[in-house]
Ligand binder design. Sequence first.
Ligand code: PHE
Length: 455
Amino acid sequence: MTINDRGTWGSRFGFVLAAAGSAVGLGNIWGFPTKVGQNGGGAFVLVYLACVIFICLPILIAELAIGRHTKSDPVKAYARLRPGTRWWMAGALGVAAGFGVLSFYSVIAGWALAYIWFSATGSVSSGALESATFFTEFTARAPINLMLTFVMLAATAGVLLGGIRSGIERVSKFLMPVLALLLVGLAIRAVTLPGAAEGVAYYLKPDFSKVMNFGTLNAALGQAFFSLSLGLGTMLVYGSYLTRREGIAKAAVMVVVVDTCLALLAGFMIFPSGFSIPGFDPSSQGPGLIFVVLPRLFASLPGGQFFGAAFFILLTLAALTSAISLLEVPVAHFIDSHGWGRSRAVLVVMMATFALAIPSVLASGANDFFTSLPVIGLDFLTVMITVWNDFALPLGGLFTAVFVGYVWRIDNALEELLAEQAWFPGRQFWGLLIRYACPAAIFLIIFGTLQSLIA
Ligand code: PHE
């Protein structure tokens, strides 16, 4: 399966695996439980599912259609369909978001990398330090965290440069099912822990009073975009490697099902085991949630050191295949739109992303400048996550929907989507979602949130 030099995927299955490789990553296993924990549990899960089905799936289909039709990077894709207009800026937002998301993504991926070692050696579960204290002390050590972030970025760049990408994707093709099995096993262990019932109830029993505000709706929307690699052009770029023989709708449904099932499983692993810790409060853990809870879960297992290390190896690999697809967007842009060589594009984008990642690394400690600002009151890492995931990605999706619905137009998009008699039930409904429901819902949620921030 080679996709360099504008190649195409070997088969639809190859495409689904690569797109699922991009979608499945920290978003499912770290991001989803974190957001559920910050937003009150079961009701958030339902809102998330609604966003995935009614907003993200239609937009995923639209992004893939633009990509396959134009066969270029996001900026050029919009410019090609509407030359001489400002629509290229929608693609440019995606390129910027590629930098932004990767800048915090690599920090979290660095944590996952370190936890391979901490789990294998048992240092995190030795009981000498509470797992929460362990995490806080670990993230406060700037030099090692800068190094870990750099290593993850360099590995990502190395894969893109070394042409070993198809190799990595082939390996992860076999390892991702292993990750899924491990998640099932860990979830089963988690729900049998003492106190787990409370966690299951928290996760499954919706309390709608907790989601009835724009901030929570926005978090669910942003998380859905983030988890599906949507709204910044990743799927557009991936779609540009699809041949017309491949049915887009079917591939999109498969990616959504796989990605969502893994996120839901991660929740079954985290909340029951979290609630088995006395005094556990899911809302106060922030981005450290899984790093605090998982060591306790592994400690409750025979061979926990082995399972812990295996889990974090697989998580790091899943993060790597996603990071590759993130880096690919700005890289494809500089190659396609500015004529740069591949190595130059990869190195420049990687170094710029590292520079942007530095404040996220330094600012997860106690003396964060941003935490002291009255308006923001969040650490820099959380600011980055909010700005890029919750605003930039849904905004990118909004532009995609408006573009396909009103500028490129539904019938042209359908012509692309139905090529070679492709399977696409509910195509009329899709058109309605793209033209009306998606733009209206995203607009309402984003501007409602902004307004409630100002008020
Ligand atoms: N979807 C990836 C994850 O869940 C992250 C990602 C976002 C990748 C956007 C590409 C584009 O980890």
